[in-house]
Design a protein around this ligand. Structure first.
Ligand code: GDP
Ligand code: MG
Length: 162
C-alpha cells in the first residue's frame, strides 16, 4: 500500500527508550539497538548519561509509593544509562512489545527482556508506556535541540510512502 507523505507524517510517534545500567554493563547496547533498527524504527536522539538519584526519582515519579522505588532509583543512578528516542508508526506500543513484560520471568522468548534478562529488578531496558508518558519522558531526558528530524533513506521501503 502506498501512503502519501501527509498521512505518513500524521502517524509518526516518538517514544523514550533507555538501556539501564545493567544492560550497558552487560554489553547489550548493540543487541538492543539492533532490534529497534531492524524493525524499521528510526533513531532520532541518543546519549549516554549517569542520572542523579533525584533525576531517577523524577523519571520514576509514578512509582514513588511502591516498596521497590528507592532501590530502583539507586539502581538507575548507579551507572551509565543509554537514553534514546525512537520514531515510527506505532513505536510506543510496539516498542513495549519488543521489550516484553516487566518481569522477565513472564516475558515471551523473542522479546528483549525474555531473551536477555532474568530478574524484575534487573530487566535492562525502559520504554514509555503511552503517548503522554512518552512526551513527558522525552522532555525530561532531552533538550529540544538534541532531537533530530530527518528523512531516513529506508522510509519508502518500510512504509511504502510515495
Ligand atoms: P516497566 O514499564 O515494564 O518498566 O514497569 P514499571 O513501570 O511497572 O516499573 C518500572 C521498573 O521498576 C521496572 O522496569 C522494574 O525494573 C522495576 N520494578 C517493577 N516492579 C518491580 C517489583 O515488583 N520489584 C522490583 N524489585 N522492581 C520492580
Ligand atoms: Mg513503566
Amino acid at each position: 500500500m502506498v501512503q502519501d507523505q501527509e498521512a505518513h507524517a500524521a502517524e509518526m510517534e516518538r517514544t523514550f527508550i533507555a538501556i539501564k545500567p545493567d544492560g550497558v554493563q552487560r554489553g547489550l547496547i548493540s543487541e538492543i539497538i539492533a532490534r529497534f533498527e531492524r524493525k524499521g524504527f528510526k533513531l532520532v536522539a541518543i546519549k549516554l548519561v549517569i542520572p542523579s538519584k533525584s533525576f531517577a526519582q523524577q523519571h520514576y515519579h509514578d512509582l514513588k509509593e511502591r516498596p521497590f522505588f528507592d532501590g530502583l532509583c539507586d539502581f538507575l543512578s548507579s551507572g551509565p544509562v543509554l537514553a534514546m528516542v525512537w520514531e515510527g508508526e506505532g513505536v510506543i506500543k510496539y516498542g513495549r512489545k519488543l521489550i516484553g513484560a516487566t518481569d522477565p520471568q513472564k516475558s515471551e522468548p523473542g522479546t528483549i527482556r525474555g531473551d536477555l534478562a532474568v530478574g524484575v529488578g534487573r530487566n535492562i531496558i525502559h520504554g514509555s508506556d503511552g503517548l503522554e508518558t512518552a512526551k513527558d519522558e522525552i522532555s525530561l531526558w532531552f533538550k529540544p535541540e538534541e532531537l533530530t528530524s530527518y528523512t531516513s533513506n529506508q522510509e519508502k521501503w518500510v512504509y511504502g510512502v510515495n
